[in-house]
Write a protein that binds this ligand. Sequence first.
Ligand code: AHR
Length: 488
Amino acid sequence: MAKLSIHTDEKKSKINRNIYGNFSEHLGRCIYNGIYVGENSDIPNVNGMRTDIVEALKAIKLPVLRWPGGCFADEYHWKDGIGPKETRKKMVNTHWGGVVEDNTFGTHEFLEFCRQVGCEPYINGNVGSGTVQEMSEWMEYMTFDGISPMADLRAKNGHAEPWKVKYFGVGNENWGCGGNMRPSYYADLYRRFQTYVRDYGDNHVFRIACGPGIADDYNWTEEVMRIAGNYMNGLSLHYYTVPGTWEKKTAATGFDTDMYYETVRKALHMEELITRHTEIMSHYDPEHKVGLIVDEWGTWYDVEPGTNPGFLYQQNTMRDAIVAAVTLNIFNAHSDRVVMANIAQLVNVLQSVILTEGEKMVLTPTYHVFDLYKHHHDATLLNSHLETEGVYAGVPNLTVSASEDENGVVHITLANISADTAYPIDCALTGKKYNTASARILTNSIGAYNDFDHPEDVKITDFDALTLENNNLHFNIPACAVMEITVS
Ligand code: AHR
């Protein structure tokens, strides 16, 4: 028996919907043969964007999408990706497989994709190999409404109207692939570059500085906040869950129970990272003016056998669903500081929500978690308490998050991490009186996944076996499960 209490009269921070964001890089089959198939493809598309993918992302209300990288961002020169497609410059994608990047998907195409999905664009600029002028002109090109060299060029390329672009990243992983910089050097460069990322008209840019990376680099946060904290709206954080080592990450499927728990244990390290980085941020920014933007997170395994090692294509199992569920519960719990997160990546790369093969598409277990959690978008976090036990080396058996939406409806997301044990749950709701409860569930064995021949082995079903009496919910959560419970 596990005891859960949801204090509906103890309201905490607003859960920014952008926590449920995603990331799309020019990497493997994320953009090409992923979201973008071109206007002449036999695969149904609108202006080259796959209709099935657009519809799937609308269904989970994808709020924000980061592009064009990743490491690719600090090699990307945006002017190569505008104008007539046949004359766009070709380049080598040195980071990701050494393939030819023909730039047929550029600024116009990305912003068109965001328009179709209904999400906010988050553009990541080039500090590592770019110039201040280039970055400055990109914002002018996208957002200036009037007569200017870049606005005129945009009109010449078929888009007279400016776009709205709020989120802009000034460099990516500049401690590594983005230029191997030291924090004080980057912080000064950040101050300089961001000066020329202008607000045009009512387009107010939310400027995001490169934060700490794969190591627990608290010194980076300290230095960048000290030197440049007053010049940013957000600081990024990247953390990947690698079950093995970077040299031998281990396979996405066919893992044993020990490896499963080890993966979840590593995913839960996000809690410590956020806590410690936000402590440093609070020292320089006690008023929480700077948001933490976890703009790369998720599992990273060995690529699927026979696929290009530079394409980072991996399957996605119930283990990934549990990683997503516990991580999103952590983000919700820290939503007083975490204002955006972008799982890596959208389609066919790392912990994707969607996989494609030709005209076929599957929704991964991770996609279904984003579906179960979508009612947290912009809702108010509620205080909750769980009496729980551990199942493995510090890994708890359950994690929870609860929020109240604008209509007073409570949504509880609960993950049972245990690979083999179901738990009876006794959940008390304090506060006002609730009359109805319903639930949806995603559950299967830890290694279950969807593929192109079995696209629905792992899917959400309705869960009717719960009762609500005198503000007490009773139900059994099966092993390896993620639930959404709605109470009103
Ligand atoms: O998401 C894959 C890569 O991981 C990104 O390009 C980079 O920023 C990170 O190291």
